[in-house]
Design a protein around this ligand. Structure first.
Ligand SMILES: Nc1ncnc2c1ncn2[C@@H]1O[C@H](COP(=O)(O)OP(=O)(O)OP(=O)(O)O)[C@@H](O)[C@H]1O
Length: 721
């Protein structure tokens, strides 16, 4: 019955609300504002209730009017009245219910504070990281288990409900059967509401997918019953602190996504200590001090109207530590690294400008191998030097098949244009500084230049000490630093690692012995000949044999030189071969081209001659048709007819000769042309044949029954069809 009442009410209301919010009945369902299955999450608002009441009043008055109209007619209004009463009562009840739900939701909403966090922003990562550490997930009945790093931080969390066995807890690097053990993190599952108790408040946590179809774009919603948002502020700050504490030993790397023109988190790398980078004395300190000074002088820049940006150009031989130094600096300064590969597919001026505009204020922006990217992107020429000439080509940049349309001006604009981000440290590396356009490397864009060379003796000694730990002071007698000896951290031995003893045995030598070996090692290394990366490779090979490593270094250097010579020779041979092949190919192509051109020229000439002949013949034919008088034709006929009659099987030649006779002087021209073409007789014959036929056609179209039959008749008859 109540269903009937409500449906009647609904029907009646629909009559009055055809265009209401949900647009009438859709898919056989009533609009949400009058259905029974009211969505309590979308409460009926007071403004929608009031008009409903006024409609009911209207309905009642209509009822009264109707009954007063029907009663004089003697019709029974009882049934109608009962129905209408039911409608009114049902409507009133339903409206009251909605009003109460709406009022309750409004009441609750006025106490709930809700914060939204989007995956694209940092607070989302902080909160997810914080949530993954909450013990509450251990008791939760619905959660997501992941072995992936949490958010962007790339950390393997130790969370409640960690499936690792207790005793293995603190060894992150433990291996099982050669594989790193994975730890699991407990996370709020998607599309379900979780409750968490935090500092005397119940938090309502909802994680949703913003674009479920694309499988990315998560969002987090945290609601709390509180009078002001202090509790949420505290929560976010605490999450941030924890996140930063855990990320303290990591450097986050972001890569440019040229497809969407945005930055994608690529992982978090362990920080590299500055002491592990061995450079000439003072270089590291200078760079570090300069970066620190820049980061804290925003106001100084603003006062002088100088854009708050600083560029560093690290140039020099490959494997000399340019990238490693940047990585290490990022760790020391606590900055993330944003890497752009200018030669990547789809990189264009617009994309680069967008990317640069979205770089956060404090970070390291790294443009790797600037010369290579630049050469490819700007000049589109593999052999280009990328020298200033490429500036000219900038204006005529053409899109390549991969969609890369980056130009030098685009690059320069994105680096220091209006849209470029401020507060970032720009680092660019190159192996060929001479290839860079001066506009790119000028001060203001690249303020500090650092040259990286092959390994010096100083570096060789430092890197040796980095590789071989010495015995702790308690085991071996501490050695005193002799006066005047370097205080550079990279020239000191690294202490033993804190981790559990590794299975491979590295003999522990005394500090003095290591220093002695390092000196011998450095003495053996030629100055500025081998790359530091090369030295590192050799030391890595011998990381358990420090003494032998030094003893065998001379042999290794000889081998290195031989290998280098061999590679050089091979390269030279390869290049020579390639050059020869290229030359031969070019020569062949040239010859082919010339032959083709000659052929084309010849064919063209032939065609021209042919056309000329045809023209001449046509002219002759038309002349003979128009200029030869009727009596002349008769004369011709009189001369040729007997011949034709005399030789009924007269062949083409006779016919031709008769033609020649007919044409007279002009025919000489044709003959002379024909004689010029002796080498192409067959062709000529065909041409003649064509001309003859043409003549026949021309003449045939003319005859009239009144006129005497011209010689062409004879020709037609005599010519083989
Ligand atoms: N000066 C150095 N101190 C410590 N390690 C170094 C140094 N130079 C090179 N290495 C080591 O050599 C390897 C290569 O170094 P890196 O990639 O930083 O060189 P690069 O100059 O950036 O080379 P490229 O120009 O080819 O990119 C790294 O593993 C790094 O540890």
């Amino acid at each position: 019955m109540s269903q009937f009442i409500s449906d009647s009410v609904c029907q009646s209301l629909l009559a009055y609300y055809p265009q209401k919010r949900d647009g009438g009945v859709q898919d056989g369902r009533y609009p949400a504002f009058i259905t029974h299955e009211v969505d309590t999450r979308v409460p009926l608002k007071p403004e929608s209730i009031l008009p409903a009441y006024s409609w009911f009043a209207l309905l009642l008055s209509t009822m009264n009017v109707l009954s007063s109209m029907l009663s004089p007619l003697g019709m029974s209004t009882g049934a109608l009245q009962d129905t209408l009463k039911l409608v009114v009562i049902g409507g009133t009840v339903e409206t009251a219910r909605r009003a109460s739900v709406s009022a309750w939701n409004g009441f609750v909403d006025s106490f709930f504070l809700t914060a939204h966090f989007s995956e694209e922003d940092y607070p989302y990562d902080w909160l997810m990281h914080w949530l993954s550490k909450q013990p509450a997930w251990g008791r939760s009945r619905e959660f997501e288990i992941t072995t992936r790093s949490v958010g962007r931080n790339g950390l393997t969390q130790t969370t409640t409900g960690d499936l690792e066995e207790e005793e293995d807890d603190d060894d992150d690097d433990a291996l099982i059967h050669g594989r790193r053990k994975r730890k699991v993190a407990f996370m709020p599952s998607v599309d379900s509401v979780h409750s968490l108790y935090y500092r005397g408040h119940w938090l309502k946590i909802t994680r949703t997918k913003r674009y479920p179809d694309y499988g990315h774009g998560s969002a987090l919603k945290i609601s709390v019953v509180a009078r002001n948002n202090d509790i949420l502020k505290k929560l976010v700050l605490e999450a941030k602190r924890e996140y930063e504490k855990d990320a303290e030993h990591r450097v986050h790397i972001f890569l440019a996504d040229t497809t969407y023109g945005c930055w994608r988190w690529n992982g978090a790398r362990q920080k590299r200590p500055m002491s592990s980078i061995v450079l000439q004395p003072g270089v590291k300190d200078m760079l570090l001090a300069d970066c620190k000074d820049f980061l804290c002088s925003e106001e100084w820049y603003a006062e002088r109207g100088i854009p708050f940006r600083r560029g560093y150009l690290l140039h020099g031989v490959p494997g000399s530590g340019k990238t490693s130094l940047i990585h290490s600096l990022a760790g020391e300064l606590g900055l993330d690294i944003y890497v752009v590969s200018l030669s990547s597919k789809g990189m264009s001026d617009n994309t680069l400008t967008t990317l640069m505009g979205h770089v956060p204020t404090r970070c390291i922006l790294l443009l790797e191998d600037l010369d290579a990217a630049f050469t490819r992107s700007v000049s589109r020429d593999a052999t280009s030097t990328g020298a200033p000439a490429s500036t000219t080509s900038t204006q005529t940049t053409t899109a390549e098949s991969d969609g890369s349309t980056l130009s030098l001006s685009g690059l320069l604009n994105s680096l220091d244009g209006v849209a470029a981000a401020e507060g970032r440290l720009l680092f660019a590396t190159t192996n060929h500084i001479e290839r860079l356009d001066p506009a790119l490397s000028r001060p203001g864009r690249m303020d500090v230049w650092v040259n990286f060379t092959h390994a010096t003796k100083w570096q060789a000694e430092g890197i040796f000490k980095c590789f071989f730990p010495y015995k702790p002071a308690a085991v071996a007698a501490p050695s005193e630093t002799p006066a005047g000896e370097s205080t550079d951290a990279s020239q000191k031995n690294l202490p033993l690692p804190k981790r559990k003893a590794s299975t491979h045995a590295i003999p522990l030598l005394s500090e003095a012995e290591i220093s002695e070996l390092a000196k011998r090692f450095a003495a053996a290394i030629p100055e500025d000949e081998l790359s530091v990366a090369g030295l590192q490779g050799y030391l890595l090979k011998n990381k358990t044999r420090p003494r032998e490593c030094v003893d065998e270094v001379d042999e290794w250097i000889i081998q290195e030189r031989e290998t280098r010579e061999k590679l050089k020779k091979e390269k030279a041979e390869r290049e020579a071969k390639e050059k020869k092949e290229t030359e031969e190919r070019e020569k062949k192509e040239k010859e082919e081209k010339e032959a083709k051109e000659a052929q084309e020229k010849e064919a063209k000439e032939k065609l021209e001659r042919k056309e000329a002949r045809l023209k001449a013949k046509k002219a002759l034919a038309s002349k003979s048709d128009s200029s030869v008088p009727a009596d002349a034709t008769t004369t011709t006929e009189s001369t040729t007819a007997p011949a034709a009659a005399a030789t009924p099987a007269a062949d083409e030649s006779s016919s031709s000769s008769s033609e020649s006779d007919t044409i007279g002087v002009e025919a000489d021209t044709e003959e002379s042309v024909t004689s010029e073409e002796e080498e192409d007789k067959a062709e000529d014959a065909a041409v003649k044949e064509g001309a003859k036929k043409e003549k026949w056609v021309a003449v045939k179209s003319q005859p009239s029954p009144a006129e005497p039959q011209p010689e062409a008749t004879t020709t037609e008859e005599s010519s083989p069809s």
